[in-house]
Design a protein around this ligand. Structure first.
Ligand code: 2AM
Ligand code: CA
Length: 264
């Protein structure tokens, strides 16, 4: 990474840590909770406050960068020209509200469509996952090793129970047979945390039917730096400006699930 990107990296890390402190401090206050697209799609005053914090800070330091943020305080981003910060101020808002854990700040910084920097900050665990293109991925100060190719029979897959019962998005029988095959399943309720766990080798695969770019932008940079894959359910490249089903994993699990389950 050249000097300019090292500076952006330092600035981003400091901003993320500051956001984390604001979130922790908010645990003592009463949250204002609203719903968005449906009664279970939650947003709080903190989601909004934290996104505004990033948008304002970035505008001061890097006025030519654009921000695509979940809560809409950034720019109206329809393409990936120039430098774009893709931000989810709180990923896993339901966990944030109900559990005060298992949520994360997620940021991907893209330049001309290329993922340059990626961050996922599990605030309560104080685990900052970060990666720079060509520079590897780290958990706090520890470099994450390249992902092992795990056999499907020994894989832990992350999958929400929603997709194992009849639903409008996908044939649930595919996932029933996959769940029988793998060693175990988990679901954390924050796409960013599941992607960070794949980068750290704690999970081997993650499949979900409906994510937005701010849910996966940071995780994509992280996982690619340790040799894993983040694609749609056909193995195709994800768009950074559209919603999509997402399938992430180490290479072996990705290839086998794709060929033996998803493409069948
Ligand atoms: P969020 O908490 O930032 O909304 C599990 O529900 C995961 O899917 C979370 O990471 C959540 O992110 C995301 N998610 C929930 N509803 C979503 C929606 N309507 N569109 C995109 N992502 C969603
Ligand atoms: Ca969010």
């Amino acid at each position: 990474m050249d000097k300019q990107w090292q500076e952006i990296d330092l600035f981003a890390k400091q901003a993320i840590k500051e956001a984390g402190r604001k979130i922790i401090d908010s645990f003592d206050e009463v949250l204002k909770i609203q719903t968005k697209s449906n009664v279970n799609d939650l947003v709080t005053n903190m989601d909004k406050q934290i996104e505004k914090f990033f948008v304002e800070k970035i505008a001061l330091e890097y006025p030519d960068h654009r921000v695509l943020g979940e809560e809409g305080y950034g720019d109206n981003v329809n393409d990936m020209k120039g430098t774009v910060w893709i931000i989810d101020p709180i990923d896993g808002t339901m966990n944030f509200v109900h559990q005060q854990r298992n949520f994360a700040v997620s940021i991907g910084i893209f330049h001309e469509g290329e993922g340059m920097l990626g961050y996922i900050y599990d605030v309560v665990a104080d685990e900052l996952y970060h990666a720079g293109k060509g520079n590897g991925a780290y958990l706090n100060d520890k470099k994450l090793p390249a992902l092992n190719d795990v056999p499907l029979e020994e894989a832990i897959m992350s999958l929400n129970a929603t997709w194992l019962v009849p639903n409008r998005k996908v044939d649930h029988e595919i996932f029933v047979s996959l769940v029988h095959r793998v060693r175990g399943t988990r679901s954390y309720g924050s796409a960013a945390i599941e992607l960070a766990y794949i980068a750290a080798g704690r999970l081997d695969g993650y499949i979900t039917m409906r994510l937005s770019p701010w849910d996966f932008a940071g995780g994509k940079v992280l996982i690619e730096e340790v040799g894993g894959l983040v694609t749609d359910l056909n193995g195709n490249e994800l768009s950074m400006v559209n919603n999509s089903p997402v399938f992430a994993g180490n290479r072996a699990v990705h290839e086998r699930v794709l060929n033996e389950y998803l493409k069948k």
